[in-house]
Design a protein around this ligand. Sequence first.
Ligand code: GLY
Length: 390
Amino acid sequence: MNNERFESYSEITEKEIGQALDFAYQHIRKYVPEFTTSFQNAYSENNFYKPIPNNYWTTGFWTGEIWLAYEYSQDEVLKKAAEVQVQSFLERIDQKIEVDHHDMGFLYSPSCVAAYKLTGNQKGWEAAVKAADQLITRFHDVGQFIQAWGPMNAPENYRLIIDCLLNLPLLYWASEETGETHYKEIADQHIHTAINNVIREDYSTWHTFFFDMETGQPDHGETCQGYKNDSAWARGQAWGIYGCALAYKYLKDDRYIQLFENVTQYYLNHLPKDLVPYWDLTFTDGSSEPRDSSSASIAACGLLEMAKYVDSKKAKTYQSIAKKMMKSLVSHYAVTDHEMSNGLVLHSTYSNRTPYNTCDHKGVDECNIWGDYFYMEALTRLYTDWNLYW
Ligand code: GLY
């Protein structure tokens, strides 16, 4: 991986990592009473999240932040709050509240798998296995993929999306825990289908990819949240980076190391000077478009994960790039005063409507809840030998 462009940049120091985590812990501790029976919304409005019930694809990230803050502090107040939320996740899957989509991993890994791994929480275990059962109902034999959104078999949604790579660890966990191999088999198959189709020849990525409903043959790529079809949505590329690292973790297929490098290199080549991308990689230094700081944290987590599986020289390079990204985030994007926001990281972009894409317009240049979560995850990975929730 070519890191020359950033050779002279400073890495985040151990002291800065500790200080940033300490602030995050204090911040979450301050806001947790307000968000125990409710969740922080997917995006802030003027940098403040409003409370929402447990009915959106993003609520697991807030619980995940609480668990990360608990891991850092061992503060029992946080553990109790997270346990209240685990109960809510069990009720959600039992009552099938807004679970007809592929985001079961985003919902149940940082909340319920985390609860089980950290404290042996049995409700977390039960909820996460039920969520894995729900996720596999979305697998199509014709095409061999998990359908992301919408009613099953709807022609306008016969597609996968790159983000789904982060939903699959839930299936590997369920296989391990139950001894049932079908979860893993579906995850393996989806990874093969996704990676063979969402990565373009130049190693930029498609956000979504359609399959022929009759034959299962790959049909075409399309963006939803990127600037336009042939651009590279920054977060999609970051999901690709972390997704390839996780694909390697679970499949140990050496091809994924090279793909990881190529997808990451494309991302690095399109970064502005401060290593925090604009919301689409089409834009770079000098653009007035908003940033997506969440992509930087997601990419850093992917680099730190992949560093575990490569030789020490490569590992050092990956870790160094991640530390430089985190230095930039901590120095210029992180919330620094408990009153200025109830989130952790500013300047993230959820979905930015353009004449060429199909998403709703929301959470632009705001805090985004997964941005806060992955920021904490990256800091935690740098602080300690972290046992993944994924
Ligand atoms: N997974 C949806 C997003 O990244 O906005």
